[in-house]
Design a protein around this ligand. Sequence first.
Ligand SMILES: C[S@@+](CC[C@H](N)C(=O)[O-])C[C@H]1O[C@@H](n2cnc3c(N)ncnc32)[C@H](O)[C@@H]1O
Length: 167
Amino acid sequence: MRKKMLPSTKQKSRGARGYIPVSKTDNWATPQYLYDEYNAKYQLTCDAAASARNTKCPKFFTKKQDGLKQDWGTERVWCNPPYGRVLGKWMQKADDACRAGATVVMLVPSRTDTKWFHKIAMKRKKVFLKGRVKFGNGKSPAPFPSLVVVFTPRARRRGAAGTAATR
Ligand SMILES: C[S@@+](CC[C@H](N)C(=O)[O-])C[C@H]1O[C@@H](n2cnc3c(N)ncnc32)[C@H](O)[C@@H]1O
């Protein structure tokens, strides 16, 4: 019985220490309604993880350019990154970019047991999405819950709340 519940080798990511479900693609597009909701709130200007076909913003960074290596400046960034083991690097990049002036809205899987969640997301504004997101043009919901993490630069937080800094 116990053996049947373990993932097959095909489902495991290569070199991973534990069980991480692997998708064959990192191209799962954000549903437009979800992006529109956050674009209305934050007037997003740059998609940090995209291709020319799936970008949500006119300005974007591709895998080849590597959004992790680019300067996000003071852009208002949308980021639905690849969900593999590299996700922690994207969270760190968002945190660093925010400290340097960028506003970043990240759509990520709600993995509340990870280092990045405790070290980075816990200190930022979070919206735990109700239900499951249907990525791409898929009819089926994702097999995991999702979370939106919002990184707002200190100066903007102050501006929005008078003199007090808020998260
Ligand atoms: C989950 S999809 C998001 C697509 C779209 N931006 C959206 O929100 O609907 C992730 C995208 O990031 C791209 N990508 C993967 N690694 C990247 C990197 N290092 N820098 C920039 N884009 C990357 C993939 O090619 C893919 O198009």
